[in-house]
Write a protein that binds this ligand. Structure first.
Ligand SMILES: C[S@@+](CC[C@H](N)C(=O)[O-])C[C@H]1O[C@@H](n2cnc3c(N)ncnc32)[C@H](O)[C@@H]1O
Length: 354
């Protein structure tokens, strides 16, 4: 039984860390939108505004749903599923440096958005070293997935996109893992995160289970280098460059597999190949947790916002993602679909291997 004082202390500590983060990233988003509007007006942009016939949520509704996510995050902490989260965004100096990197790249993003240019990373040098679909300027970002600057910019870009809730969304993969891990010796379990990027989810997982052996794989050397820096305080952690459609691990070797914000970046064929691999490396009785964007129909009021997203950002496979039947893909790989839980603009999909 937690004392009212301890509960109050937890709530104050939670608010004191999360509210300034939200304010910081919402502020960045507001400035970004104003700069983008001003640039379009200055240049009398001919690019049509994103269109949709589907409903688009009011900002008030977005913020109310975001508040629900944070309430759930705090409830998970209070239920002992994970400790008070530490986002480890870095010192003020680092935050300001990242903010600068973010704003410096906006004119380049704007130029690509206006011109539709998104193949700048498909250089002669890179051709054949990564799958062709991977060599694009996803989100119109400079360097695609390939450069150190892109890896340093990534987290601020994602947090701005999600109004400071990206880490809270990632943490929603922890409750279904907690159900699987509860009462078991964490040192004997194995977790694989596929498309781990800069390692923010693995950080949250290690905060919950510091002695859990975890592996993160990703196709980007630069993002993994950023993940290594970010995760350097943890042991029992392996990061490797590898393709999710050919995971370098034995069959049935992992108790849990996660993949966060990656499925929407993959062409449908690759999505299926990756799913097969995730199912292959899972042990019987193991669990796969996928977090990614909401899909059409999950929150009908949001459908227009989802439809407009790829008109603003280079997201070549997002529309196919919005209509993807993950239950059917999972079934085809021998996984059973346990549940989906919405988490603000994302959803947590849980699958078990019987
Ligand atoms: C949107 S980011 C998500 C990163 C991270 N999971 C997060 O929570 O932010 C997508 C990541 O998937 C990686 N990726 C894309 N295709 C991949 C593949 N076939 N195999 C492994 N990683 C891949 C990219 O390099 C990138 O780091």
């Amino acid at each position: 039984m937690v004392s009212p004082v301890a509960q109050l202390t937890t709530r104050i500590a939670y608010g004191a860390t999360q509210l300034p983060r939200v304010a910081w990233y919402v502020g960045h988003g507001e400035i970004m939108r104003r700069l983008s509007r001003a640039a379009r007006e200055r240049e009398a942009s001919a690019r049509p505004k994103p269109q949709t016939d589907r409903p688009v949520p009011e900002r008030r509704q977005l913020f109310a749903d975001m508040a629900k996510l944070f309430q759930q995050d705090l409830a998970n902490v209070e239920a002992g599923i994970y400790p008070l989260p530490a986002d480890h965004d870095g010192s003020w100096l680092k935050l300001i440096a990242r903010s600068r990197l973010f704003f410096e790249d906006l004119p380049n993003v704007h130029r690509r958005r206006e011109s539709g240019e998104m193949q700048q990373v498909l250089t002669e040098d890179m051709r054949g070293k990564r799958p062709a679909y991977y060599l694009q300027n996803f989100h119109f970002q400079s360097g695609g997935w390939l450069t150190d600057e892109s890896a340093k910019r990534y987290d601020i870009q994602v947090e701005v996109l999600f109004n400071g809730s990206a880490n809270a969304i990632r943490r929603q993969a922890l409750p279904p893992l907690h159900e699987l891990f509860a009462g078991r010796d964490q040192r004997r379990l194995r977790l694989l995160d596929v498309g781990c990027g800069t390692g923010r989810f693995l950080d949250a997982a290690k905060q919950a289970w510091p002695r859990l052996p975890v592996i993160g794989i990703d196709l980007s050397d630069a993002y993994l280098a950023e993940a290594r820096r970010h995760l350097r305080r943890w042991c029992w952690l392996d990061l490797a460059v590898a393709n999710g459609d050919a995971v370098p691990l034995r069959d049935e070797s992992q108790d849990a597999v996660t993949s966060i914000f990656m499925m929407h970046e993959l062409p449908p064929k690759v999505r299926r190949a990756v799913f097969r691999e995730l199912a292959r490396v899972l042990k019987r009785g193991g669990r796969l947790v996928v977090i990614d964007s909401l899909q059409f129909g999950d929150e009908p009021d949001y459908d227009g916002m989802l439809a407009r997203f790829p008109q603003n950002f280079h997201e070549p496979y997002y529309l196919s993602y919005l209509e993807e039947d993950f239950g059917a893909i999972a079934k085809g790989c021998g996984l059973s679909h346990v549940r989906d839980v919405n988490a603000f603009v994302a959803k947590v999909m849980v699958f078990d291997k019987p």
